[in-house]
Each structure stands twice: as structure tokens, then as C-alpha cells.
Design a protein around this ligand. Structure first.
Ligand code: 4AD
Length: 456
């Protein structure tokens, strides 16, 4: 078809005076006496291409909103340094008509309505901008790690061990319902893998195996959580970036996390000025300067114990009471980052009881070398830690949690054979997109969200 991308026509100017073929979907069209105007979008650009149709004497029926068309015409410079296409009716071919029940007839649909048409909402400006930001951030993350000697590893999605130990795994089974099995063990022994398997909540355990061979690795893939959290920031299937670094202590992990976040946001500001301006205008006033501020200042840093004190002294009425040992809720996280620090902040050294078995135990016997990155508007976007590298201490932590050590024998071997200090973190990709676009609901930053009670 030799279609020219609308983005290339609008941005480069190199097609001026040339005849091109452009295809796209009609966003709007209007007819006047001698000319018709069609706003065409092919998805490559937030901006539409204007097609000016010289109607001549003939009768021209402008195509309906949503119709896909092919237009052959000449690129000319329009007003305000934009480029448009001049054509005649005979050079417009309808590829696919869109009847009047096309759901995106008019502008200004609510995000809630758009969630009911996941197959079509990509054709709106909002989702065009979100998905381009998503794509640019993904490429930037790969570029960051690739340019710092990390190996990209793909960890399994089907796993036999629960990394976070929070019982939030989806079970993977091929056994149908049956009364033949007397016990759970018997059921799973007869199942596909011969034992219980689930969808991975994190690639970290295998990531550690990679890091203790290749030095530095990262994963970038989906993680699955069967948590019953119907909130604006939880998905059952989310995309997870998990770097794991050998010869790294907690401070190194924190430094890398800050460097990575700043790197990708800098790339976003450079690559997507139109999209950032769009979100600034329509979703979060001041977004652009917030992102610029973020990359030019150090992130804050506070221990969990200090954070609890700040919350208790705040005089603020929280829904969830604050006391040492409690898990920080979104309201607490947002208070710390929005009201106290007014920027991104690392919270470190959490009580061991509320964190995972693999985290390095601090000398105080009460806390672990954990870190969460909290950002205004969203709360936690990163969770990580230095890992417990000592075999005996790790085994003790697992026994305290009644874990089945046999399921983790490979993981424990890493502490037997050439153990090293190491650590890493997990970045929730959708939460990063929420933060960088100002979109308030995680369902609106992924094309096909899976959440509790909802799948299509
Ligand atoms: O804090 P989490 O549970 O940490 C881990 O999974 C570690 N194994 C990571 C590591 O150290 N390699 O999850 C990490 C991040 C969270 O900070 C959050 O951004 C995101 O993953 N996340 C979710 N995002 C969307 N929906 C959910 N249900 C999420 N659960 C976690």
C-alpha cells in the first residue's frame, strides 16, 4: 500500500510538495461549499493530518467518523507551519465504513466509559498518548540497563515457588474438578507438573541466580498477583522490571534505582514533549515541571522508624492507625512523599515481620535492609532490598515463616557456593506510567487491564 506515516508528514516537512498515500481513521469531517475537511489519524501521532478535499462540481459525501480511508494527495504547507494534504474526491478510497453506532462519535468520553470499550479506546488521544509514553519508557528502561552492562534475562512465568510468600499466587493446573483425590498433595501429584505450580509473582529468585552468574541482570515481563485489591493501583497482571546486582549493598541498590528513574524520565521529556504537554493540559496541571524538578533534585531518604514518627507527629487523621510494626498504607505513603518531602522518597529498614524472607537482616535484629520508593500521587512504585547472603540466617528466616525448604533448595545453593552481597528491586511498570502521565487509575495505563472481578 506504500502508506506514509502521518507523523513523518507532519513532523519532518520532507514530504512538502510531494504526492503521498496516507491511510487512517477519520476523526472528524466537515463539508462546505467547495471544499471538505477531513481530520485523519493513523495512530503514529497525537496530532491529526488535515485532508483538504477540493470538491469541484461533483457531489462529495464526507466519510463518517471512525471510517478508515486511503487518500492520495499532495502535501502542502498549511497555516501555523503545519502540513496538510490536498486531494480530490476520486483519490479517496473508503477502506471500511463506520456506521453511526461507532462509540467514539464525539470527544470527551469519560475514562470509565472508555474502559467498557478496550478494543476501541486506543483510537482516542488519551490512549494514543498513554501507549506512546509506555512504549518510550519501555525502550528507555532497556537502554538504561543495556548501557550499564546488565544482561536481560527472561525468568519463568510458571513457577513452583512463591517469591513474596504472601499467598497471592494464581494456581496453574490442568486437572479438572474431581472427587477422586483425597488430599491436596494427591491432587497436585497427578497434575501437569507433578506438584503445585502457579503464575509467578516476581522473577526475583531466578533473577538472583542470574546475577550470581552474570553480575548484573534485569527482567522485564509480567508478574501476577491474585490479591483481592480492588484499588486504582493494583492489577492482577502487571509488568515488572527487576534488576538484580551482585556485589551490591542497600545503598548501591538505592543509587541505581534513583539513577534509572531519572534516566527514563529524562528520555521521556526529550522524546515525548507533545504527550507530556497533553497530560499537563488535560490530566495533571504542572506535570511537566514536576518531572523536570524530579530529575534535577536528589530523592529524599528516611528510615521506616523515622517515617512512623513523622506520621504519628503529623496530627493527621489516618484511616489506618500508625504504630511501629504496621505496614504503610497508601495514605501514609502519600503523606510522606506529598506533604513531608514533596518529592520522591526512599523509605528503608522496615520491620522484618512485614517484609519477605529473603531480605538481609539488620544487626538490630528487628529490621531488614529493605527499600521502597514512594512518589507523590501514586505511593510505592519500587520495592527492593539487599538480600540475605548468609545461609544460616536465611534458613532461620524461612523456618520462622514455616516455609518448605525443599522447594527452595536451588535458591539456598546460591548461599552455599560462592555467596556474595547482592540486591535488587522491582519497579511496577504501570505505576511508573501513572506517575509520569498523571493518570489516576492503573486500568488506564495498560491496554487490557486484568483486575479482580474483571477480564475481557
Ligand atoms: O514490592 P514488591 O512486591 O516486590 C517484589 O516483588 C520484589 N520481589 C521485587 C524485587 O526486589 N525484585 O513489588 C515490586 C513493585 C511494587 O513496588 C509495585 O510498583 C509493583 O511491583 N506491584 C504492582 N503493580 C501493579 N499491581 C500490583 N498488584 C502490584 N504489586 C506490586
Amino acid at each position: 500500500m506504500k502508506h506514509t506515516d502521518i507523523k513523518d508528514i507532519i513532523v519532518t516537512g520532507e514530504f512538502a510538495g510531494k504526492e503521498v498515500t496516507v491511510c487512517g481513521w477519520v476523526r472528524t469531517s466537515r463539508n462546505s461549499k467547495s471544499v471538505a475537511f477531513i481530520e485523519l489519524n493513523d495512530g503514529t501521532s497525537l496530532k491529526n493530518l488535515q485532508v483538504v478535499v477540493e470538491k469541484g462540481e461533483g457531489d462529495f459525501k464526507e466519510p463518517r467518523v471512525g471510517t478508515s480511508v486511503k487518500v492520495v494527495g499532495k502535501v502542502v504547507e498549511g497555516r501555523n507551519n503545519t502540513f496538510e494534504i490536498n486531494t480530490v474526491p476520486e483519490n479517496i478510497t473508503i477502506l471500511g465504513d463506520a456506521p453511526t453506532d461507532y462509540p467514539l462519535q464525539k470527544k470527551g468520553h469519560t475514562l470509565e466509559f472508555l474502559r467498557t470499550i478496550p478494543h476501541l479506546r486506543g483510537r482516542t488521544n488519551t490512549f494514543n498518548a498513554v501507549m506512546r509514553v509506555r512504549s518510550v519508557l519501555a525502550a528507555a528502561l532497556h537502554r538504561y540497563f543495556q548501557s550499564h552492562n546488565y544482561i536481560y534475562v527472561n525468568t519463568p512465568l510458571i513457577t513452583g515457588s512463591d517469591c513474596e510468600g504472601a499467598g497471592e499466587m494464581f494456581t496453574v493446573t490442568t486437572n479438572g474438578f474431581s472427587h477422586d483425590f483425597k488430599t491436596e498433595e494427591e491432587y497436585y501429584a497427578n497434575d501437569f507438573f507433578g506438584r503445585k505450580a502457579g503464575l509467578s509473582v516476581s522473577g526475583q529468585l531466578e533473577g538472583e541466580m542470574g546475577a550470581t552468574a552474570f553480575g548484573k541482570i534485569y527482567t522485564f515481563g509480567p508478574s501476577f498477583r491474585a490479591e483481592n485489591s480492588n484499588t486504582p493501583k493494583h492489577l492482577a497482571e502487571f509488568w515488572h522490571i527487576e534488576p538484580e546486582i551482585a556485589f551490591a549493598e542497600l545503598d548501591d541498590v538505592i543509587e541505581i534505582a534513583e539513577d534509572m528513574v531519572k534516566f527514563v524520565i529524562r528520555e521521556l521529556l526529550d522524546t515525548c514533549p507533545d504527550e507530556v504537554a497533553f497530560f499537563d493540559a488535560h490530566f495533571e496541571k504542572g506535570l511537566k515541571s514536576r518531572l523536570e524538578e524530579l530529575i534535577s533534585h536528589d530523592f529524599g531518604r528516611v528510615t521506616y522508624t523515622e517515617a512512623i514518627k513523622l506520621l504519628q507527629d503529623s496530627g493527621e487523621k489516618f484511616v489506618y492507625p500508625v504504630e511501629w510494626g504496621c505496614d504503610l498504607q497508601t495514605e501514609h505513603e502519600r503523606y510522606i512523599s506529598e506533604k513531608v518531602f514533596k518529592k520522591a522518597v526512599f523509605v528503608t529498614d522496615y520491620p522484618k515481620e512485614i517484609k519477605s524472607f529473603y531480605m538481609k537482616q539488620n544487626p538490630d535484629g528487628k529490621t531488614v535492609a529493605a527499600v521502597d520508593l514512594l512518589v507523590p500521587g501514586v505511593g510505592e512504585i519500587i520495592g527492593g532490598s539487599e538480600r540475605e547472603a548468609d545461609y544460616d540466617k536465611l534458613v532461620a528466616a524461612m523456618k520462622e515463616r514455616n516455609m518448605n525448604l525443599d522447594l527452595y533448595s536451588d535458591y539456598l545453593d546460591l548461599r552455599k557456593y560462592g555467596t556474595v552481597p547482592h540486591g535488587g528491586f522491582g519497579l511496577g511498570f504501570e505505576r511508573l506510567i501513572m506517575y509520569t502521565t498523571g493518570m489516576a487509575n492503573i486500568r488506564d495505563v495498560i491496554m487490557f487491564p486484568r483486575t479482580v472481578g474483571s477480564i475481557r
